[in-house]
Design a protein. Structure first.
Length: 169
């Protein structure tokens, strides 16, 4: 079995957050029309979470160890966002994406989660670089990546999209 698929991946714990895999039931709940579970923040899921849930529904491997995770506040137990790696790596590089619901923005959660998942990815033997793209019109997301230890890749920057990377040292 590949390291990218684990039947019960362990959650990652940071100072204030738990990054745990989505459950199939949570994917179904995001894609369905039912009432949200009590353990979700009132504004979860955001649009990006719905997109990810749809992709997970098509690519069950994204529920694996190096796949997508929910961002959970440790103090409240509420799901406040999602984060994930677009696995498998290509030539040692994997992309990361993240989102935190509006009610929890400005608390540093996105940077905390992004830094933790990037370190986790860089510990995988087949990964030496984690990249992320952000629209230049979103300076808060640029700051998330900078605080998480990413550096802007000027050579890869496009017209309205900045590319950031963090590599093994």
């Amino acid at each position: 079995m590949s390291s990218s698929v684990s039947p019960n991946p362990a959650p990652l714990t940071t100072e204030r957050l738990l990054l745990r895999p989505w459950t199939p039931a949570e994917v179904a709940a995001v894609l369905g029309d039912g009432a949200p579970p009590a353990h979700w923040a009132a504004d979860f899921p955001a649009e990006g979470d719905r997109v990810i849930a749809g992709l997970i529904d098509q690519k069950s491997a994204w529920l694996g160890e190096y796949g997508h995770r929910l961002i959970v506040e440790r103090d409240s137990g509420l799901v406040v966002g999602s984060i994930g790696l677009f696995w498998p790596p290509s030539d040692g590089t994997v992309e990361i994406g993240y989102g935190v619901v509006a009610s929890r923005r400005g608390r540093g959660y996105a940077s905390e989660a992004t830094g933790a998942l990037a370190r986790f990815a860089l510990a995988a033997p087949e990964v030496h670089t984690v990249v992320a793209g952000v629209e230049l019109s979103n300076p808060a997301s640029v700051r998330v990546l900078e605080k998480a230890g990413f550096h802007r890749d000027e050579a890869a920057t496009e017209e309205n999209l900045a590319r950031f990377r963090v590599t093994l040292r």
